[in-house]
Design a binder for this molecule. Sequence first.
Ligand SMILES: Cc1cc2nc3c(=O)[nH]c(=O)nc-3n(C[C@H](O)[C@H](O)[C@H](O)COP(=O)(O)OP(=O)(O)OC[C@H]3O[C@@H](n4cnc5c(N)ncnc54)[C@H](O)[C@@H]3O)c2cc1C
Length: 259
Amino acid sequence: MNILCLVKQVPDTTEMKIDKVTGTLIRTGVPSIPNPDDMAGIEEALKLKDRFQAHLTAVTMGPPQAEDMLRELLARGVDEVVLLSDMKFAGADTWATSTTLAAFLKTLPYDLIIAGRQAIDGDTAQVGPQVAEKLGIPQVTYVEEIMDYQAPILTVKKAYEEYSEILEVTCPALISTLNTMNTPRSMNVTDVWNAFEKPIRRIGFADLNLSEKDVGLKGSPTQVKKTFTRTLQANALKSDLSAPEAAKLVASYLSAYIE
Ligand SMILES: Cc1cc2nc3c(=O)[nH]c(=O)nc-3n(C[C@H](O)[C@H](O)[C@H](O)COP(=O)(O)OP(=O)(O)OC[C@H]3O[C@@H](n4cnc5c(N)ncnc54)[C@H](O)[C@@H]3O)c2cc1C
């Protein structure tokens, strides 16, 4: 069983701060981590490796610093890691990111692709589903449990807000995982040490069968016009009311929105 895991390196915060002058993210002093939903995917892949001797390859698109994250994944038990990195990939939106990832993924053998549900910086939850569409394979998003794999059928539990659904999907397929589904295993010192001896495969624009208009800023239909931090204003009203009085007050506020 060949499993490909998509992993994005993200800033270790959900409270992104924006430079008010340049409109760009302030990354100084914010350490980077593997995206939490992706780590859940890695842990599920490692469990499948334990059960079915699966071969795991982790793939990321990002700057050269993403190598640190890839070494961590090697230390955790991932067999191979790949970094897609090129100045031409810079400024990619989800469309260009998924185009680039899919162009590389289709050069590898795979039974299952695991993506995180959503990255904590971009927050769109679009990349996994777009990759599946571009590869023409079935997908199940919001997976909270991998229940079984009897080739080629993978049985998963998909989370909805108030209930879950058990689904069978025919592999090759893509699933997206939730960070609540497990606790990633810890690394030991020997594995961390050995990870520095292992190779990182690097892929650039020239290695992919893509045109310049497909990748990076040029391949991105979304252009972020302005990024800003919302300023919160403290103008709350505190009233000590009975339930009927409170209901009347709320209704009076809401009536302002009724024509
Ligand atoms: C504040 C902010 C706002 C943004 N707004 C938009 C926007 O509105 N529209 C837009 O198109 N882009 C936007 N982007 C750009 C966005 O970060 C990139 O498109 C990014 O490469 C992927 O989108 P995402 O982070 O939303 O990923 P998601 O779609 O949330 O990620 C889902 C999963 O896909 C996989 N994945 C995502 N990116 C990578 C990667 N580089 N390498 C490997 N696996 C990956 C991971 O498994 C991840 O868990 C924004 C970025 C920031 C920081």
